[in-house]
Write a protein that binds this ligand. Sequence first.
Ligand code: GAP
Length: 595
Amino acid sequence: MTELDDLAELAKRRGFFFPSNEAYGGTAGFYTYGPVGATLKRNLEDVWRDVYVRAMDNMELEAPTIMPEAVFEASGHLEGFDDMIVECAECGGTHRADHLVEDAVADVEDAEALGTDRVAELIVEHGIDCPSCGAALAGEPVDEFNLMFGTNIGPGSAAPGYLRPETAQGIFVEFPRLKEYARGQLPFGVAQVGRAYRNEISPRRALVRVREFTQAELEHFVDPERDEPPIDRVADVEVPLYSAEAQHAADGGVETYTIEAALEEGVVTSEWVAYYLGRSIDFYERVGIDMDRFRYRQHLSGERAHYAVDCWDAETELGGHWIEVTGFAYRSDYDLSKHGEYSGEEFTLFRQYDEPRTVERATVDPDMSYLGPEFGGAAEAVADALASLARRDRSAFESAARRAAEESSGDAPRDGDEVTVEVDGEAYSVPVEETGFAVEERTESGEHIVPHVVEPSFGVDRLVYSVLVHAHGTDVVDDEERSFLRLPAELAPTTVAVFPLMARDGLDDRAWDVAARLRGEGLRVAYDDTGNIGRRYRRQDEVGTPYCVTVDYDTLEDDTVTVRERDSTEQARVAVDDLADAIDRLVAGETLADL
Ligand code: GAP
């Protein structure tokens, strides 16, 4: 059995996670977390909140998972959130065409960047077969497939909606309100932990590629000209970087840089992205990622999402594959600009100048007695579109005015003096003299800017899976092989398990009392009195419980218990009155010898 097979078996048997809906034949790409898995996942989310919300003083929100179509028109997901699909004519199986090519062709690492036509050609050139039935895929069309799950909001089909493919959009669309909560001051960060949905073509590798998953995302809104990250805080942090250049080089590999050196040498170009790469190392270590199986990989140019300017992924190694667990992207002003443009709301923030400035401003004052008869019901919208165009591109009016002057001197053909705007997909042309266009000088105290966004986006399920795979090990204790999970104590589903040596002679009642006392102190406690003690230790080791407490006959005499540590299997005697405190100290990093 491979490492991942072992883990899948353990996860199912002990209740970490398992395929959903198996009573109905199962549904590919959906997993249910069992009793211990759900707790582990929540504990990991809590650590994430501790780092990215509490310690960084960011806000957190919880937005709906279904959003109207207009949101995804603006965000670009409707148009561009596609993967390449090829369907087998023989068995009807659907596959990621780019992945098939990457697996089959040694020198192709990023097939998506090649486009559908080239990928279809490569399938022919390399005789790639259907992974499900073995039939040839040569000649089958390669298409783009949009990954969003669609639905209707309310009865009927008048209001199409989509299950969000990333939690980020639930933050961006609320920016006009969120900036008020931030008192109009940049920078500020808004986090969200929640479900995202993608209709993946080929779900695979357990929690790695699923159709419903949890993201923990931070959207950090910054002024691109004024805000700088506190790089000093991370300058000396060492990060393992696998740059785009190294990926292209024949002998390229991961190199360790300090954040300061990575920036100085131009390996990471965005200071904000570098800052988050540095800050996040502690988080990965804290949740138990094996840092010998971890790297940051830079996106190759064709790989970047439609919104991203500079992008790095945190990757963990699982069963010989490198898996993206986090994307760090500099999203520029893409999202807020788009939502501003499509919604007509203010997705901007007021930036105060140090000194008031005299500036030129283009304005329009359209002649409605011309627009009304000319454009009827669209006249108001045409006037608004003219005003918006004047703000964005005054040269459209200036060149029309220039042409009008040339026309009147008879040097140019007629009709060149019009300004054209688009309303609901239709073009409207207005003679420049009817627009009331003017350029005025004004003294202004500031300007409206569209903030830029820096985004660390974590896949919680992939992290949970990585933590489990990296924590899983076997050794021999008392001549018996044991399987254990070396989970950090704050992540372990159970912090302490309490056993009576025997389920009789009052030991069980005493053990119940001890367990109840520890629960009363806020600890996650399990009680187990079945099977021999060795068996009970093994059960707890296998779900990652860091400490076990045994109540024995001495307890009845002297009110002490045995505390046993999972990793070292060492034991110490502790007074029941001191037990909760002792467990807290152990969780905080002390050892049994310190007690
Ligand atoms: N808002 C940015 C964004 O969504 P992404 O790289 O597409 O970026 C972020 O996704 C993270 O979400 C990934 O690093 C990965 O951990 C997780 N993720 C994405 N698709 C997933 C899937 N189908 N199954 C499980 N996790 C997924």
